[in-house]
Design a protein around this ligand. Structure first.
Ligand SMILES: Cc1ncc(COP(=O)(O)O)c(C=O)c1O
Length: 383
C-alpha cells in the first residue's frame, strides 16, 4: 500500500539501499534490542554534536521525559515552556507531575519570547524548556542567563534541530540536557527513536539507568561482556525506570542517516532559500532568521493572512500538495483546557495558531516542485 497520497509530500524520507542493507545486517545478527549498534550510534551522534554524552532512547518523547527526570523535575514543580510545539513537549512535563507554564512566543521567530520568561517565574519554577521551532535555534544565551540568575535548569527540545547552530555552537551543546527526536518525518529519521545529549557525566549515568528500568546492567552486557567476571555479575535495580531502550534496527538506520544528514540539511536550506525568493511578493510571513544561527529547516511554517487558511489548504490539497499545521497552541487543546488552561491567552501564539500553514520542505524536493507549490499558493491567495 502506498501511503503517499499527495504528489508533493509535506515531508518525505530518503532511504535507499544503504538503509535496507543496514537493517538486514541487524536481522542477520539476530540481536535486535539495544546493543553494539546503539552504542556506536550514541558515539557517532556525540562526535557529530561535539558533546560528551549521548543516550539513545526509543522516542523524542522518552528523551524529553528522561531529560526532565534527570534534571530532578518532579511533582509540584513548574516548568516554563512554549505553547508552539508538538504536544509531546509539555506532555513530558505532565508525566513528571510538574506543571507546564506557557509563555508567549516572539512574533518574528515563533520561538519562546525570552522577554516574557522572568514574569512567569515563581518560587516553584524548576526548569525552562525552549523548543527550536521548525529548526530555528531559540535565544539560548538569554534563556540560560535568566535560568542561572534564578537557579533554574534548562532542557531544550531539539526534535526539529539536529544540525542547527547557535552562535557557532551546535544545538545539543547549549543546555543542561537536549532532547532529540528521530521520528519518521525528522531530518534524521529512524521511524521511532530519540536521544538525550548532555555534557554532565552524572546526568548521563542517570539517563542510562532510567532508560532501562533503573537496572545497573543491560541485557547486552549480561550476555556479551568481554570481561567474564563482569558478565556474570547480577544486576541490581536502583531506581524506578522505564523501558525506553532503542532497538538495533533504529540505531542501524540512524548510523546511515547521520552520514547523510549534512547533505540533506544543505538541500533543505537551498529549498528554503528558493521558497523565500519566490514568495517575496506574496502576503505571507516567514520566520525571521537571525544572522548568528544556522537553521536546520525541518519544516516551513508560514503565516497567511487571517482567515485564509482553510481555503488555501483546500486548494493545495486539490492540486496534490501536502500541507500541515505547526502548530495549534498546546494550551488550546481540550485536554489542556480541562486541566486549567482555559483562561490562558497568549496573543502571539494564539494568532499564529489561526494563521500558520506548513509548506512542503524536504531534501527530495526539486526546484520545479518548489515553483509549483508557490504557484499554487499564489493562485489560492488570489482566488
Ligand atoms: C517539537 C517536538 N518535540 C517532541 C516530539 C516528540 O518526538 P517523538 O515523536 O519522537 O516522540 C516531536 C515530534 O515528533 C516534536 O516535533
Amino acid at each position: 500500500m502506498n501511503h503517499k497520497d499527495r504528489s508533493i509530500m509535506v515531508s518525505d524520507l530518503s532511504y535507499d539501499q544503504e538503509e535496507i542493507d543496514a537493517v538486514i545486517s541487524v536481522l542477520r545478527s539476530e540481536w535486535l534490542t539495544m546493543g553494539p549498534r546503539t552504542q556506536k550510534f550514541e558515539l557517532k551522534i556525540s562526535e557529530y554534536l561535539g558533546v560528551e554524552h549521548v543516550v539513545a532512547v526509543n522516542s523524542g518523547t522518552a528523551a524529553l521525559h528522561l531529560g526532565l527526570l534527570s534534571l530532578g523535575v518532579s511533582a509540584g514543580d513548574e516548568v516554563i515552556v512554549t505553547p508552539i510545539s508538538f504536544v509531546a513537549t509539555s506532555n513530558a512535563i505532565l508525566y513528571t507531575g510538574a506543571r507546564p507554564v506557557f509563555v508567549d512566543i516572539d512574533s518574528k521567530t515563533f520561538n519562546m519570547d525570552p522577554k516574557l520568561i522572568e514574569s512567569a517565574i515563581t518560587e516553584r519554577t524548576k526548569a525552562i524548556v525552549p523548543v527550536h521551532i521548525a529548526g530555528l535555534p531559540a535565544e539560548m544565551d538569554e534563556i540560560k542567563r535568566i535560568a542561572s540568575k534564578h537557579s533554574l535548569v534548562v532542557m531544550d527540545d531539539a526534535a526539529h534541530a539536529i544540525g542547527a547552530v547557535y552562535r557557532d555552537r551546535n544545538v545539543g551543546t547549549l543546555a543542561d540536557v537536549t532532547a532529540f527526536s528521530f521520528f519518521s518525518n525528522k531530518n534524521l529519521s529512524v521511524g521511532e527513536g530519540g536521544a538525550v545529549a548532555t555534557s554532565d557525566g552524572e546526568i548521563a549515568e542517570r539517563l542510562k539507568l532510567m532508560r532501562s528500568h533503573g537496572l545497573t546492567k543491560s541485557t547486552w552486557s549480561r550476555h556479551y561482556d568481554r570481561d567474564e567476571e563482569s558478565r556474570d555479575q547480577l544486576y541490581d535495580m536502583v531506581e524506578l525506570g522505564y523501558n525506553y531502550r532503542m532497538t538495533e534496527i533504529g540505531a542501524a538506520l540512524g548510523l546511515v542517516q547521520l552520514m547523510k544528514l549534512d547533505r540533506h540539511n544543505s538541500r533543505r536550506r537551498e529549498v528554503y532559500t528558493l521558497y523565500s525568493e519566490l514568495c517575496e511578493n506574496l502576503p505571507v510571513v516567514f520566520q525571521e532568521i537571525p544572522a548568528y544561527v544556522r537553521h536546520s529547516h525541518h519544516v516551513l511554517p508560514i503565516l497567511l493572512p487571517e482567515s485564509m487558511r482553510p481555503r488555501v489548504r483546500k486548494h493545495m490539497a486539490q492540486h496534490g500538495i501536502g500541507t500541515s499545521i505547526h502548530y495549534t497552541p498546546i494550551h488550546t487543546f481540550s485536554y489542556y483546557q480541562q486541566l486549567g488552561y482555559a483562561d490562558v491567552h497568549l496573543p502571539v501564539a494564539d494568532e499564529l495558531g489561526r494563521r500558520v500553514l506548513t509548506l512542503p520542505l524536504h531534501q527530495k524536493l526539486s526546484n520545479d516542485d518548489v515553483s509549483l507549490v508557490v504557484r499554487e499558493l499564489r493562485n489560492a491567495l488570489e482566488s
